[in-house]
Design a protein around this ligand. Structure first.
Ligand SMILES: [Zn+2]
Length: 235
């Protein structure tokens, strides 16, 4: 990926690998577990209907862990790119933490929702939420007790797909960071970008299921690969 001539619009997809280095673990596709819970139990609408207390407690814990985590060098490098890149940039993250934002990035889209957000099923309002939902707090907007984690569960539609596909259609460069390429629709972004004639780069700990789609794959920890790549882009 030497040389950025002709590149103006960048779309970046980030996944679990970038937050893992900040100590946050997410759902693992290989064993179907998230922090020792089967994903059907804690990350589906059916699981929430079956045992709302267990699900609220699970995301209360995720909220605590997110608040305790710190951005790492990869988050900081992308924040630097965000502030210094004059062209279009969209950081699409599959992660529910706010580490991109806390590192200073602003052009971030959370396609799978946010741990620090609560969604009211009664009035559809969303509120930044850092405390517990287990004890059934009232919605600050409508007063109903109907808040759920603002997380896109399996079987639900990821957020802002139209905006993501519009950005991919304009992209000159698509970069995938720390994601397994196993979960659709994000796994299909590289194909969308390629059909828009974008160059494609993968930065990942190991070769992913989608590696064959990328023009270039660099293997290693995000905290090393991302700062080095951003340095190349900005110099
Ligand atoms: Zn409400």
């Amino acid at each position: 990926m030497r040389g950025m001539a002709g590149i103006r619009n960048i779309v970046i997809l980030t996944g679990a690998g970038i937050s893992a280095e900040s100590g946050l673990r997410t759902f693992r596709a290989d064993d179907g577990l998230w922090e020792n819970h089967p994903v059907e139990q804690v990350a589906t609408p059916q699981g929430f209907r079956r045992d709302p207390e267990l699900v609220q407690r699970f995301y209360d814990e995720r909220r605590v862990n997110v608040l305790a985590a710190e951005p790492n060098a990869a988050h900081r490098a992308l924040a630097r790119l965000d502030s210094e890149w004059d062209g279009e940039l969209l950081i699409v993250t599959q992660n529910i933490d706010d580490l991109h934002e806390r590192a200073g990035a602003t052009r971030v889209l959370h396609m799978h929702g946010e741990a620090l957000s609560a969604w009211c099923l009664a009035c559809d309002a969303r509120h930044r939420w850092t405390g517990t939902l287990l004890d059934g707090p009232a919605c600050p907007t409508c007063g109903e007790i109907a808040l759920r984690p603002d997380i896109v569960w399996f079987g639900e539609m990821p957020y802002e797909m139209e905006r993501i596909f519009a950005a991919l259609a304009r992209a000159d460069l698509f970069v995938s960071i720390g994601t397994s390429g196993a979960v659709y629709p994000a796994a299909g972004f590289v194909q969308q970008a390629k059909s828009a004639r974008a160059r494609t780069l993968e930065l990942n700990l190991e070769r992913s299921q989608g590696s064959g789609w990328f023009d270039e794959s660099r293997l290693g920890p995000a905290s090393e690969l991302v700062p080095a790549w951003v340095e190349e882009v900005l110099t």
